[in-house]
Design a protein around this ligand. Structure first.
Ligand SMILES: [Zn+2]
Length: 135
């Protein structure tokens, strides 16, 4: 499967960052024990490790370890999406829309796939799915 990286206008990137931080706050409200650490990105600036039927979120990992074998492979191949080396920091499963960031939300952010018309509605859907996960 080939991935298409889309460059969003700055205003849309800002809105996306805002929505991803809102999602982070809602996850932490529902599951406070998942809080990592805070720094320059703020309490809601890094994302939280989370997987629901609707979305996955992974904070930036400074030293990701490949678990799919691609890093040790003789041939050049990209890591699987389930591998810490290759996974996006956020993925909306129904649409496939995904976001990569560096260290904190908003920094060197890249999106994969077309963004939803209503980013707020997508994040609302993600928030609604939190009840399906046991803390
Ligand atoms: Zn890998």
């Amino acid at each position: 499967m080939s991935e298409i990286t889309v460059v969003l206008p700055a205003t849309e990137m800002n809105q996306l960052s805002h929505e991803l931080r809102r999602l982070t706050r809602e996850i932490l409200k529902a599951q406070p024990r998942r809080r990592l650490w805070t720094g320059m990105g703020g309490a809601d600036g890094y994302g939280v490790e989370m997987d629901t039927p609707v979305f996955t979120m992974h904070p930036h990992d400074e030293n990701p370890v490949c678990n799919c074998g691609a890093a040790d492979s003789e041939e050049e191949k990209p890591c699987a999406e389930t591998c810490p080396f290759g996974w996006p920091n956020f993925k909306h499963k129904p649409s496939g829309f995904a976001v990569h960031w560096h260290k904190w939300i908003g920094r060197s952010m890249e999106v994969v796939g077309a963004p939803p018309t209503e980013m707020g509605a997508m994040i609302d859907e993600c928030i609604s799915s939190l009840v399906q996960v046991t803390p």
